[in-house]
Design a protein around this ligand. Structure first.
Ligand code: ADP
Ligand code: MG
Length: 593
């Protein structure tokens, strides 16, 4: 066996495999280069989801003609000095351009301010030509054609043009949110257009990217701990989304998708939000470059902090402080803990019967009870009352024999307390109803369409352009759920009909959620699976019964429906819809057993 060095072409392709995963990675690298070059305007054009063409034009410093060859050579960078721990730019590895050049047709045309004209260099599947003189404005144009034509295996892994286009849009938004002073333009035949003008400040840019309603529903974050600063905005707990795409996190201006940071955000909202919901946040962490290692992932999307615990504590503390929730404890009690929660403390301090109540009554005389029949109450009438009471008792008994029993009371306008033969059940009516609507939707799907009702005035919902496209593309499926939506100009959709079974509900919130769901399940879920997920999303919003007072008949009807519906024991989020307490448990709680 002989050990030999890999030819440059191969080693570049290997590097490319790590750095350039999909078209959006190319866009990321090129836009980062433009920002590192001090550009104030970055224009991105794509075709065929970036697979046919990606062109990034910037007005940055440009590259001198005699350095073009170095720019496309491996491990050549103008950015890194002798200290890998002192990285103040987005790029530093000198791998992006040679990687791209090894798997695509790369053209780099550039001009610096003090040159009278520009120059161009080309690399096609690792073969370099040029530089040639070429007319150019000050700045750089990088063109990438036929991405992955040199590595067909990678090409096979590409998703749909639409999915790649959306990934590119996401990438540009993530970078743009941290560079408020830069004008970003995204255009091309891929129909996804962004025009993000230079903003006065960060808040204005965050509004442009994450939406004005986020700003209106967020609190400002600002905290420092041991030289690490965190700023930005965090949504109030009621403003959440179905996925974490709307969490923008930056470390020293670099967009990151870091598990540890995501975990800290989740922890900050832990008892304020359902587990399957995601807060919208835009967080900007700034620290000394030596405090963070960005050299842990080829795409530079991960970071390692020298003191991860400090950063976690800082994130959680800053968010909770801003939300004004410091010190408020979540009071959720799990079913399993119920008994111990109920059980009185062994020592004194709990409720102790005293005085009259402590002594058993010995003076009870039934004949003097205030509840005895009134004198002069006709015998006949009495008999009829008794018969009716008996009959009612019989039906009540029959109902109690049902698994979920007979509804006896509604507490806090959401909990139905029912008596069963063996004890009692408490039903979370909102969760139960949500599940019923979901099962009903699924059933209706299996058969035919879900009945819908026309809205008096169509509801216009403003959405980011990609979301509009997702909704538009799924409008056929949505129609089958009774949700009739259509495109309403750029950045909006119009809802014309909603599923009748849902009654009145927040249509805009549901449309946003459906868009999130679509973004997440885009290419992975099977169609049916996706329909079920949409059904779940719709059911969640249609379950209006929480906070509604219900009559005994309505409550009993809900219990009977639950019994008749398979899977109704858990809501769509996996939480129980009811809990059961047997008589023997109750007796135990009272120390009778
Ligand atoms: P890195 O960004 O890690 O240095 P790249 O391969 O992305 O590596 O780029 C190599 C070099 O080419 C950069 O260090 C920079 O000097 C130059 N360069 C690339 N793109 C641009 C641009 N848009 N404007 C100015 N210089 C650029
Ligand atoms: Mg770079």
């Amino acid at each position: 066996m002989t050990i030999r060095q890999l030819p440059e072409k191969i080693s570049n392709q290997i590097a490319a495999g790590e750095v350039i995963e999909r078209p959006a990675s190319v866009v990321k690298e090129l836009v980062e280069n433009a920002l590192d070059a001090g550009a104030t305007r970055v224009e991105i054009a794509t075709a065929g989801g970036g697979l046919n063409l990606i062109r990034v034009t910037d007005n940055g410093s440009g590259i001198r003609a005699d350095e073009l060859e170095l720019a496309v050579s491996r491990h050549c960078t103008s950015k890194l000095g002798d200290d890998i721990h002192d990285i103040r730019t987005l790029g530093f590895r000198g791998e992006a351009l040679p990687s791209i050049g090894s798997v695509a047709r790369l053209t780099l045309r550039s001009r610096v301010a003090d040159a009278s004209s520009g120059a161009e260099i080309r690399v096609d599947a690792g073969r370099m030509s040029g530089p040639f003189p070429a007319p150019a404005n000050v700045g750089t144009i990088v063109e990438v054609g036929d991405l992955f034509h040199a590595t067909p295996a990678r090409l096979k892994f590409m998703k749909t043009v639409r999915a790649e286009t959306q990934a590119i849009t996401e990438t540009v938004k993530r970078i743009a949110i941290a560079a408020p002073g830069v004008h970003f333009l995204l255009s091309g035949t891929d129909r996804s257009t962004l025009d993000i003008h230079a903003a006065e400040d960060r808040a204005e840019r965050v509004a442009a990217i994450a939406g004005r309603d986020f700003i209106d529903n967020a609190v400002e974050i600002d905290a420092v701990r041991e030289g690490v600063r965190i700023g930005g905005l965090a949504a109030i707990p009621s403003f959440h989304r179905a996925n974490s795409l709307a969490q923008y996190v930056h470390v020293n201006g670099r967009p990151v998708r870091d598990r540890q940071i995501a975990g800290a955000i989740r922890a900050a909202y832990a008892d304020l939000m359902a587990r399957d919901r995601h807060p919208v946040v835009a967080l900007f962490i700034e620290c000394d470059p030596s405090f963070v290692d960005v050299n842990v992932h080829p795409a530079k999307a991960d970071v390692r902090f020298r003191d991860a615990g400090l950063v976690r504590g800082l994130i959680i503390g800053a968010i909770r402080q801003a939300l004004g929730t410091e010190g408020i404890r979540g009071s959720t009690t799990r079913t399993a803990d119920l008994a111990s929660a109920f059980r009185m403390p062994e020592s004194a301090g709990g409720y102790q019967p005293s005085g009259d109540f402590a002594r058993p009554r010995t003076d009870y005389r039934p004949d003097q009870s205030p509840f005895r029949p009134l004198e002069g109450f006709g015998e006949q009438k009495q008999a009829r009352f008794e018969a009716e009471a008996h009959e009612a008792g019989e039906t009540a008994k029959a109902i109690e024999a049902m698994p979920l029993g007979a509804a006896r009371a509604q507490l806090h306008e959401n909990y139905i307390v029912a008596q069963t033969e063996a004890g009692m059940v408490i039903v979370d009516q909102h969760a139960a109803h949500e599940r019923l609507v979901y099962e009903h939707l699924k059933g209706a799907l299996d058969n035919r369409a879900v009945p819908s009702q026309m809205l008096l005035i169509p509801e216009i919902v403003d959405l980011p352009e990609e979301d509009c496209e997702r909704i538009e593309a799924a409008s056929g499926e949505l129609g089958r759920f009774g949700l009739v939506v259509e495109r309403f100009g750029p950045g909006a959709v119009a809802v014309r009909e909603t599923p009748s079974m849902l009654g009145k509900f927040d249509v805009a919130a549901m449309v946003r959620d459906v868009a999130d769901e679509l973004a997440e399940t885009e290419t992975t879920a099977a169609v049916r699976n996706r329909l079920d997920q949409l059904a779940s999303r719709i059911a969640c919003h249609g379950s209006v019964r929480s906070g509604r007072r219900m009559s005994a008949d309505e409550m009993n009807a809900l219990l009977r429906q639950m019994e008749a519906t398979p899977g109704s024991g858990t809501c769509n989020h996996g939480r129980p819809t009811f809990i059961e307490l047997s008589l023997s448990d109750i007796e135990k709680l009272f120390g009778r057993r």
